[in-house]
Ligand binder design. Structure first.
Ligand code: HEM
Length: 454
């Protein structure tokens, strides 16, 4: 968060400097173009071209553009250490086409098909954005007889194309020949789509391709990369670290010091943000639905004596509160994409083959904007088979019962002590329930007025 703040201040400073030197007849970059648009739209009542969007869109470019290019280069260096014969061929091509002491230029790429093929193959093999960015259907869509309703979140799985057995000779191997014909000429491939496709494909594709060529060629012109002392080529693992899972290669026992630290860290990481985000959603929803907050507080008053804190055993006696907590979890859907899983064997699902080791993301439906309470007609709490904010199956959340216990104690304890209202000047209707999209769906950050109940 601190890094983001620093980046934002840096961008604000840059935009202020550009504003001072602004000349509509001399547009030198993105910020200038934005300022020009801002000037053109200055008479409109509403415009997207405000200061906040300037900072956010420049920040987007930094975020989208740095980690991706540097990760690709890291893959490139690893692959060159693993395949020195390929590294050598790239270096020979560099020596043939770039004079010693001169840096590579963008124009050199066309003359260097082997290097170009190697960079393309690094991107295909590295497959650094396997799940792409999520998209959403703007209307009902039919795909192979299946209806994908309007507003469905769709995750275009780039791995399925970059590793498609029907498209690549040796999809699981690093093989620059995928991009070379029998005469050593570079050939394009329709299934090469590390930047995605369509109207929302990577906005920086041209820039990224230029950067990758210049950085990769420049590095291999200046250096030859070897594994560090004590590590052989064979030792170098090409297995990517997937999401938040632990990389446990080569361990004789899993119970070493490193795994102890990592697994305790996992418990902290898995346990803190998830629970606190749910409580934040709970407070926001209680500010929005004061009548529900009141019913919870009435139940608390009935079953928890004043001055006593709620206990785990109270939950069974408090179906309404229990239902509200469940509904908060269903509604806020904080881990919409779950954690990635991988198929252990070939699986068939509704006639489709999901090959062994495919990465899958169990993805729930987006909740409706309403807060129905899961109680039967007698006011008893009812379980729901589709309530799975902790996922399902053998790899479901390891902390489910601890989290449920915490959520009950924290939520009930907070509502016992306080009543939550929107901050001054903000009405209930103003409170926006649209989540911010990240790995976790976060609620809009509002101030809250917490009025003590005693
Ligand atoms: C190796 C480098 C890169 C790779 C593999 C990559 C890949 C991607 C992918 C897969 C997407 C999602 C497209 C989709 O939603 O269908 C994306 C989006 C985007 N990328 Fe890149 N990217 C790279 C470098 C860059 C650079 C250098 C920039 C700009 C400085 C950039 C800016 C963006 C932006 C702004 C978007 C969002 C586009 C939109 O939503 O309309 N990327 N990128």
């Amino acid at each position: 968060m601190q890094n983001i703040q620093e980046l934002k201040s840096f961008i604000s400073q840059c935009s202020m400097n550009r504003r001072l030197e602004f000349d509509a007849n001399d547009i030198t970059g993105y910020i200038d173009a934005y300022l020009l648009k801002q000037e053109q739209e200055s008479t409109k009542d509403q415009t997207y071209f405000n200061e906040e969007n300037l900072v956010s869109s420049v920040l987007d470019l930094f975020i989208a553009g740095t980690e991706t290019s540097s990760t690709t280069i890291r893959w490139g260096i690893l692959l060159m250490m693993k395949y020195p014969e390929i590294q050598k061929r790239v270096q020979e091509e560099i020596k043939t086409h770039i004079k010693p002491g001169q840096l590579p230029t963008v124009e050199d790429r066309r003359k260097m098909p082997y290097t170009d093929a190697v960079i393309h193959e690094i991107q295909r093999f590295g497959n650094i954005v396997p799940l792409n960015l999520s998209h959403s259907t703007p209307s009902d869509v039919y795909l192979r007889g299946f209806l994908i309703p309007k507003g469905t979140e769709v995750i275009p799985f780039l791995t399925s194309v970059l590793y498609d057995k029907t498209q690549w000779k040796t999809p699981n191997d690093f093989n620059p020949n995928h991009f070379l014909d029998e005469n050593g000429k570079f050939v394009r491939h329709d299934a090469f789509m590390p930047f995605s496709v369509g109207r929302r494909a990577c906005a920086g594709e041209g820039l990224a391709k230029m950067e990758l060529f210049l950085f990769f060629t420049g590095l291999l012109q200046a250096f030859t990369f070897y594994p560090p002392p004590g590590v052989s080529r064979e030792d170098l693992s090409l297995k990517p670290a997937i999401g938040f899972t632990l990389e446990l290669t080569k361990a004789e026992t899993y119970f070493n010091e490193e795994n102890l630290l990592s697994s305790v860290l996992d418990l902290f990481a898995g346990g803190t943000e998830g629970t606190s985000t749910t409580i934040r959603w709970g407070i926001l929803l209680m500010m929005k639905y004061l009548e529900i907050q009141k019913k919870v507080q009435d139940e608390i008053k009935t079953y928890v004596k004043p001055g006593q804190l709620p206990r785990v055993e109270d939950r069974k006696k408090m179906p309404y509160t229990d239902a509200v907590i469940h509904e908060i979890q269903r509604f806020c859907n904080i881990v919409p994409l779950n954690v990635s899983h991988s198929t252990a064997t070939d699986e068939y699902l509704r006639g489709y083959l999901i090959p062994k080791f495919s990465m899958t993301r169990p993805n729930g439906k987006h909740p409706m904007i309403s807060i129905p309470i899961t109680l039967d007609e007698n006011g008893k709490f009812v379980k729901h088979n589709t309530f799975m904010p902790f996922s399902a199956g053998r790899r479901a959340c390891a902390g489910e019962s601890l989290a449920k216990l915490e959520l009950f104690l924290f939520f009930t304890g907070l509502l016992q002590a306080f009543t939550f209202y929107p901050p001054p000047g903000v009405s209930r209707e103003d409170l926006n329930l649209k989540p911010g999209v990240g790995f976790l769906l976060l609620p809009t950050p509002y101030m809250t007025c917490a009025k003590p109940n005693y």
